[in-house]
Design a protein around this ligand. Sequence first.
Ligand code: KG4
Ligand code: ZN
Length: 354
Amino acid sequence: MKLTILGIESSCDDTAAAVLRGTGEAPVILSNAVRSQTDLHAAFGGVVPEIAARAHAEALDLMVEQALAEAGVSLAQVDAIAVTAGPGLIGGVLSGVMAAKGLAMGLGKPLIGVNHLAGHALTPRLTDGIGFPYLLLLVSGGHCQFLRVEGPDRFVRLGGTIDDAPGEAFDKVARLLGLPQPGGPSVERAALDGDATRFKLPRPLLDRPGCDLSFSGLKTAVLRARDDLVAAKGGMTEQDRADLCASFQMAVADVLAEKSRRALADADVTAFAVAGGVAANKTLRGRLESVTDLPFVAPPLALCTDNAAMIAYAGLLAFEAGRTDDMTLKARPRWPLDETAAPMIGSGKKGAKA
Ligand code: KG4
Ligand code: ZN
């Protein structure tokens, strides 16, 4: 049966609402509205949880209205409300959960709490219909993990970062080199004219077995290389900056490619997918695509980064499986997808990691 699901997302710095219609096998995104808070946090060098929560509370009903209008759907036509219930910045998640509860109660419609990471992890199925099981590498400003996606609510974490997420490292490197935020696109642009072999930067954790990752040492190595240049010459040239960006980007790509190879060797899957903002990086995509002969899926950017269509889709699959929540649904700052895996270290500038 075709269902119409309203999705709501507010776990970090994007307020989003989307309408999805169809079945788990054939979903259609009718609208996907996102309002970014980047400008509000720009002066602080990171997401300020209190500002984020207030901004979500102000924007949520507007985004829901916009998503419904763009979809040409009325609230009465919505079959269920899916909302991110964690993991994320608690104030933002609470804003979304409260808005969703209000709508569900007012309309007398079912409420479905969705794990934000499940939304990301199921996106390659939403966009490309790939079958289970597949390996997902989630790389963004707040997340970095390898997941074996076995079913709509069956995920096995094969490894993840023990400190920073790669997007955080890109953002930090941009700040160190005086490039604008968000750092990923700036570093990628600067790297186009750079020599990736000039600076010998570390490839953290490659000497250890398994597919856990670490990016904080790499960040520090870039800081040292910059300071050495400044000490030696009194400043940096455009070429120095480009070479450092290219060398950094190559180190990230080397690490992610090698760890992906290892994860694929153990995973026994039918496809390899990437998601998250960092997956927009062309050098990285190219390297990841080349590590396997399996089908490679990289969803379009608007569905790689935080959005509510992925939440509506995860909600649709849960609803089809007969799982709904009631008014006791809680906002969870931490909510690992794989409850059996050991907790990871570090919490990251964009809030708690699972
Ligand atoms: O998924 P996302 O929009 O938000 C979350 O973190 O959940 O990811 C944002 C991150 C930022 O750190 C940004 O610098 C990074 O993705 N990013 C990139 C590129 N575009 C965005 N990193 C590397 N290369 C890019 N082209
Ligand atoms: Zn996310």
